[in-house]
Ligand binder design. Sequence first.
Ligand code: MN
Ligand code: MN
Length: 468
Amino acid sequence: MKKAEIEKLSKRLITEHRIVWDEIDEKEKETIFNFDKEYQNFLNKAKTEREAVNEITRIALENNFSLKPNKKGPIKLIKTFQGKSIALSASGKMPIDEGLNIIVSHLDSPRLDLKQNPLYEDIDLAFMKTHYYGGIKKFQWLTRPLAIHGRVILSDGRFLDIVVGEDDTDPVFTIADILPHLAKKVQDDKKVSDAFDGEKLNLIVGSIPLGDKDTKERFKLAVLKLLNDKFGIIEEDFISAELEVVPAGRARDLGWDRGLTASYGQDDRSCVFTSLQAMMDIKNPKNTSLVLFVDKEEIGSDGATGAKSKFLESVLADLMIANNKEPHYHDIHKILMKSRALSADVNGAIDPDFQDVHEKRNAARLGYGLCVTKFTGSGGKYSANDANAEYIGWLRKLFRDNNVIWQTGELGKIDEGGGGTVAKFLAVYGMEIIDCGPAVLSMHSPFEIAHKGDIYMTYKGYKAFLES
Ligand code: MN
Ligand code: MN
C-alpha cells in the first residue's frame, strides 16, 4: 500500500482522541472562558447542599420556572425537598408517557461537620470538634483557612443561617498540625492511614479568655459569649445544628494561561451547574426534561434527600398531575422504564504524578472533553450498573451530531480501588443510565482541578441530551 493510502486508512479506522483546544475556533474559546466565569460564581455561592438548592431555585425562578404548575403554557416546575434536594422539570413535544430525559447530579461534597457538642477548651485555646463527611484524605484539611457554613435551629424554633470565613473581613478557622521537627513518631513512622486521626480534626476557634483565672472554662465561655452576642446562640443549640466546615475562599483560575479552574466542591457541582445551565438553555425539547439534584451521594445516597429515596417518584407523580394524568403506580414505573438518564458525576483524570494507578489506554484525561464512564464499582465491576452498549451507541451519535468533544474513562486500574455514583440507584427503575461528566484532578480535595474546555463540553453534551 502507498503511504498516503495507509494514512487515510489509519484516519478512518483508528479512534482519534481529541483535545478540546484543537477542535474549536476562537469564538467558542471565548464562550468557554465566559461560561467558566458563571461557573466559578456558582461554586462561590453554593458551597453546601442547602446553598446549592437556594441558588438553583433562584436561577430557575429567574428563568420562568415556578414552584406551582401554571395554568397556561409549557410546564416548568421546581420541586425542592427538605432544602437539600431539588428537581427541575420541563415539558417536551412528546407526551410524558414516552419517557423522560433525566440528568441527575449530587449537591453534597466531602467536608467536616461540626459535632453535636463541638465546643471545648484545651491548653488555653478554644476548639470545635468535627466529624468528617465523605471520603477525605484527612491531612489535606490541616493548616488551611476554613469557613463555617450552615443552619442552626435555636431553642425557640427559629432558624439561623450562618456563613463565616468567606468575606475578606471575616475571621477564618483552621486545624493545626504538628511541626515536622516532632512528627517522627506520631506521623512519619506510621502508615498514612494511621497517621491522621479523625478525632484530631479539631478546629481552633478562640484564644482570648473571659473573666479571671478562677473562671471555669473561660476560653470556651468567651467563644460562647461572642456567639450569643452575634447570633443569640447558646451551647445546646449546636445539638440542633448542621454546621459544615469547608475550605475558605473562592474558585480561582489555575495556570499562567488560566485554562483550568481550581475550587472546592467541583465533585459534583461541576455537573450541578452544567446540567442546570443546560436545562435553562434548552429550546423545544422532544421529551419531558428532568434535572435532578440529590444529596448524600458522598455517604452512600441513603436518607430522605439521597438518590435511594422516593423523591424521583414523587416528582414524576407531580408532573403527571400537571399533565392531567392520574399518577398510578404502574404508570409511573412504565414511564421510568422508558426513560433515559445521565448520572452526572465527575471521574478521576490521569494524575501525571501517579500514572501507575490508571490504565492509560482507558483512563480519562484533562482537556479531552466530557467523560463517559460505562461502569464504576471495583474489582469485577461489583456495585456498578454497567450501562448497555445500545445506549452508549445512541449517545455516541448524539455527541457526534452535536459537536461535543468527549472521551471514555474508568475509575483506575482494575484492582487498584474503586468507587460508585448514583447511577445504579436509578437503574433499578429500568431506565437507561450512564455516568457522564468532566474528569478532574485532586478529586475530593479542598482544591479540585477541572479543565475549562471539559466543563463547557459537559454543558454542551447535557444540553444536546435534554434536547434529544
Ligand atoms: Mn461525585
Ligand atoms: Mn465524590
